[in-house]
Design a protein around this ligand. Structure first.
Ligand SMILES: Nc1ncnc2c1ncn2[C@@H]1O[C@H](COP(=O)(O)OP(=O)(O)OP(=O)(O)O)[C@@H](O)[C@H]1O
Length: 352
């Protein structure tokens, strides 16, 4: 699957303020352009799972909608299993499976198993294959406990497990999952993750996943693409991003004087150190993703700079790594904005 320079601009009508404005908007709508995705390029091969990450409104769903053929890009191009998805929707539908965690694609008033039979007929899957795949999916997702219940009566976790089975029954090479485990309990989440790992590692499927759940990213993704304001800001192996933006440490300190919070006095932070979180006198420091600091060096710099009442070392978690990556990229973007001192310098390796 390849995306090259994918861009999507929406034109939406906005209401002018006030009653008069609303009336005017009825006859003469005010249109504004919003670029949801800008110049997004990446490729994913068979047997790979790529996590597409980013804050709310970053452009993840819009990217997926272009790759599944729901939306046509304003510019750029995509090829999914050799097909241009928005030109050949039907051919594309045979090659892909998609699950959008919030919505079901099964028939609401039918038991899930009947939906599976309808999907078998739509995609022309031979009966023996269909049965073998259902057995495999049932073994991994324990569907038979509830697949004779109407979809409308299923719990969220049961329904999404059925959705996953339905999306993969026709053996698609490429699978799109938009927040598939949202709202699931931890046990079901683990079951779904096991299922996805199996599909990638044993069946060689290509999976593009969006999620806000960093545990999920840590468990499933080898590679992540970070998107912010519609643009890719980072693309690389998870381990490398961990190393660059999280290191392996966090230093939790309680300051003796809360008024002396880092940055509050205008003084720069110790080199190589950034603030991950701050709450009153409690501050969590981490590496700033630049020159790699050992925890000993960082400790020394922090203790020299601040008066500290209490201190603890902790292993970093992925949420902090991603937060540091965003912060770092945003500050790099600000530094390289036209007219700034660092304008024109090469961005960090792999970051875009
Ligand atoms: N049909 C549309 N018309 C106008 N604007 C849209 C449309 N669809 C999405 N947008 C805008 O495009 C931007 C990107 O939206 P998108 O749904 O792709 O974000 P996202 O990264 O999936 O966010 P989330 O994590 O909240 O699901 C948002 O600002 C959104 O408001």
């Amino acid at each position: 699957m390849i995306a090259r320079g994918l861009t999507k601009t929406f034109r939406t009508a906005v209401r002018r303020p006030g009653f008069g404005g609303a009336l005017r908007s009825l006859v003469d709508p005010l249109r504004v352009e919003k670029t949801a995705v800008q110049d997004v390029s990446f490729s994913v091969g068979p047997g790979q799972l790529l996590a597409l990450l980013g804050p709310n409104g970053a452009g993840k769903s819009t990217t997926i909608k272009m790759l599944t053929g729901i939306l046509t890009p304003s510019s750029g191009e995509a090829r999914v299993a050799g097909v241009v998805p928005y030109r050949e929707r039907e051919r594309n539908a045979h090659n892909i499976g998609a699950v959008f965690g919030q919505r079901t694609q099964l028939w609401w008033d039918l038991p899930a198993r009947e939906s599976f039979t309808i999907l078998r007929d739509i995609y022309g899957v031979p009966e023996t294959e269909h049965r073998a795949r259902l057995r495999e999916f049932d073994g991994l997702l324990e569907l038979s406990e509830f697949w004779d219940t109407r979809v409308r009566h299923l719990s969220l976790g049961q329904r999404v497990r059925c959705d996953l089975a339905g999306a993969l029954l026709h053996d698609p090479a490429i699978v799109f999952l938009d927040e598939p485990t949202i709202g699931m309990d931890v046990v079901v989440k683990e079951q779904v993750r096991g299922f996805l790992r199996h599909q990638v590692e044993q069946r060689g499927r290509t999976v593009l996943l969006t999620t806000h759940d960093m545990t999920e990213v840590g468990r499933l993704a080898e590679r992540v693409v970070l998107i912010n304001h519609g643009r890719i800001v980072l693309d690389g192996p998870l381990e490398e991003i961990r190393r660059r933006f999280g290191g392996t440490w966090q230093i939790h300190v309680t300051l003796t004087d809360p008024a002396a919070a880092p940055g509050a006095d205008g003084a720069p932070l110790p080199p190589g150190v950034t603030v991950l979180r701050r709450e009153g006198p409690r501050v969590v420091f981490g590496p700033d993703g630049g020159a790699e600091l050992t925890v000993h060096e960082a400790l020394k710099r922090i203790v020299e700079r601040y008066r500290i009442a209490d201190l603890a070392l902790e292993e970093n978690d992925l949420e902090d790594v991603m937060r540091a990556a965003y912060l770092r990229r945003e500050s790099e973007d600000a530094d390289t904005a036209p007219g700034s001192e660092r304008d024109g310098t090469a961005p960090a390796a792999r970051a875009r």
